[in-house]
Ligand binder design. Structure first.
Ligand code: XMP
Length: 317
């Protein structure tokens, strides 16, 4: 792709000119935008770019190690891993209100990131802002902003006195993916479904406990694995499991059970502003349901969410 190679040359040149010999710090989440932005920075200025990956305790199964391996070992990015899971989970204990969960995660993240930024002595902050984000923030906020507060790393720079580096600010999502592939980032990571900043905290309806967290991680991992095996993952805009805030009666052998309920969600969408529930094959639903109930202790029922957006949102909280 000639124009993208051109873009890389110009962008890296611009980054080098801008930062000189100062350090740049940036948060990585494992998402497409922050991954591509980080690898581009690495290409431009090597270890003068320092990535910070914060484990907030509500990541998906194995995500903490996968992101580290990808960033540090496969992409050679200088990475600081901060395991703050206990800090986050302590803050979230007993909290059930969705917006409160979002605020706790957003604020705790900012605190931790500020601490890391200060300690690093960085003068610049990398943000994986895309062109549509630029437009949205200029033209006020979209209607979704009033329904749910979407925390990314907004609000960071003003407080910290860091200058912004936004090398993706002129690109659309599909261009970021092309750029990522040319930079050698693995396809699985480039085509990954979006994952919200508040993570599994807004997919555990009701109280977040270690037990419920591990139930949801297993259920989600089974669902995503089966979608990949069936070759459906890329046709789906977003898919995940949700842990409902109620228990259901069931029967196992001669015994009555009273256990957790999992809802599966999969949607087709282009812009995430509207979405249609995905018409999954019955045999796949059957396989996922059987595996979840058989393999996860404490779950006796699985449901499939057939609500589009609107009137539903993609997430349940
Ligand atoms: P909804 O549920 O509003 O989601 O239809 C639309 C898209 O936004 C994601 N989402 C979030 N992303 N912080 C984020 O970074 C949030 O608080 C948040 N809430 C929803 C959601 O996963 C979907 O991709």
């Amino acid at each position: 792709d000639w124009s993208m190679k051109n873009f890389i040359e110009e962008a890296t040149e611009e980054i080098r000119k801008m930062v000189g010999d100062e350090l740049v710090i940036g948060a990585v989440s494992g998402g497409v935008d922050s991954t591509v932005a980080a690898v581009l920075m690495k290409k431009a200025i090597g270890d003068q770019f320092q990535a910070v990956f914060v484990n907030n305790g509500v990541l998906r199964k194995d995500e903490d190690t996968e992101v580290q391996i990808r960033m540090r070992d496969k992409c050679g990015v200088h990475l600081t891993y901060v395991d703050a899971s206990e800090e986050f989970l302590a803050m979230l204990a007993g909290v059930t209100e969705p917006e409160t969960k979002r605020k706790i995660i957003g604020n705790t993240f900012i605190e931790i990131f500020e601490r890391e930024a200060k300690a690093s002595g960085a003068k610049f902050l990398l943000q994986g802002t895309l062109y549509p984000d630029v437009i949205e923030s200029v033209s006020h906020k979209g209607p979704s902003a009033t329904i749910k507060t979407h925390h990314n790393v907004g609000g960071l720079p003003e407080k910290m006195n860091l200058k912004l580096v936004e090398p993706l600010r002129l690109l659309f999502k599909d261009e970021v993916r092309t750029l990522g592939l040319i930079l050698g980032i693995e396809e699985d990571s480039i085509y990954r479904h979006p994952f919200p900043g508040p993570g599994l905290s807004i997919r555990i309806l009701g109280e977040i406990t270690n037990e419920r967290l591990s139930v949801l991680k297993e259920a989600d991992s089974i669902f995503i694995h089966e979608l990949r095996e069936a070759g459906l993952y890329r046709q789906i805009g977003q898919a995940f499991a949700v842990l409902l805030p109620c228990k259901a009666v069931g029967v196992m052998g001669d015994f009555r059970t009273y256990e957790e309920v999992i809802a599966l969600r999969a949607v087709e969408t282009t812009d995430y502003m509207t979405a249609h529930w995905f018409n999954l094959p019955y045999d796949l639903l059957q396989r996922v349901s059987t595996r979840i109930v058989n393999e996860i202790r404490g779950v006796n029922r699985v449901t499939y969410d057939i609500t589009s957006k609107p009137p539903g949102t993609i997430e349940w909280e």
